[in-house]
Design a protein around this ligand. Structure first.
Ligand SMILES: [Zn+2]
Length: 263
């Protein structure tokens, strides 16, 4: 049973974590420290007080502008905060009030950070994907002692890591051989390896399928909108979306695809 208070608490926790993830997304790719200096306006450098830092609310009340210099503040800030809270509530609804919720939240928030870093820098940093792979393996290895935290068996996790990395790398090598240009970055292989290490090879395969499906859909929409073929879109956010969907709805998605296969 989920205690009723868990819902607002998790939403609140999500907002706070989202506010922290904004700092991670903004500062770490620039090689800045997360801890120092404290929050400041990236435009005028004025340090921000507690009232300027309330997740979602401050951005809305200040109309998306810095209180001191009135420079526009990126919509990315409220979006990451809102998404982190939304993901926390979705995780509670689908994973339930149990120990596994903790790694589920960690996984979803890591995917959220990777999505926004990839959108802004076209990179999926190793300092998230590599520890992510190791953590996924360790997490699923705990199923030797207790089923409370794991998402799959240790063997499925190991296969997921190796297959996820290897499969995407194979595709990329093939693409390069056929087209003579890079289609994907090494960060994409590591991200899929991480998803495999957390969810196992079966769900990893469905995650890449969902990524290709949503990626193809968005690419078609962009072409239809007349933006042309030269709009560069990173693949990381689609992989992250696939991973998040498989964590939240593994059974309905698996059933759906197996029915399609049988039909
Ligand atoms: Zn400012």
């Amino acid at each position: 049973m989920t205690p009723p208070l868990a819902w607002p608490l998790l939403a609140l926790l999500g907002l706070l974590i989202g506010s922290f993830l904004n700092v991670v997304v903004h500062r770490l790719p620039r090689g800045e420290s997360i801890a120092f200096p404290g929050s400041h306006c990236p435009h005028c450098g004025h340090s921000l007080g507690a009232l300027d830092n309330i997740p979602l609310l401050s951005w809305i009340i200040l109309g998306g502008r810095c209180r001191y210099c009135r420079a526009g503040i990126s919509w990315r800030y409220p979006l990451v905060e809102g998404s982190a809270a939304f993901l926390a509530v979705l995780a509670l609804a689908n994973v339930g009030w149990q120990w596994r919720l903790l790694p589920a939240l960690l996984f979803l928030w890591a995917l959220l950070s990777l999505t926004f870093i990839d959108l802004e820098t076209f990179l999926l940093p190793d300092w998230i994907t590599k520890p992510g792979m190791v953590l996924g393996l360790l997490l699923n290895a705990t199923s030797w002692w207790t089923p409370a935290f794991a998402f799959c068996t240790p063997l499925d996790a190991l296969l997921g890591l190796v297959l996820g990395y290897g499969l995407l790398r194979g595709f990329a090598e093939l693409y390069r051989w056929l087209k003579g240009q890079e289609g994907m970055g090494h960060g994409d292989f590591k991200l899929l390896g991480m998803i495999g290490a957390w969810l196992g090879w079966q769900d990893m395969l469905l995650a890449i399928f969902l990524a290709a499906l949503s990626g193809g859909l968005i690419a078609t929409l962009i072409l239809l909108a007349g933006k042309g073929r030269n709009t560069e879109i990173p693949f990381g956010p689609y992989l992250a979306l696939g991973g998040a969907l498989m964590l939240l709805w593994p059974r309905p998605i698996t059933t759906f695809f197996f029915h399609l296969g049988v039909a």
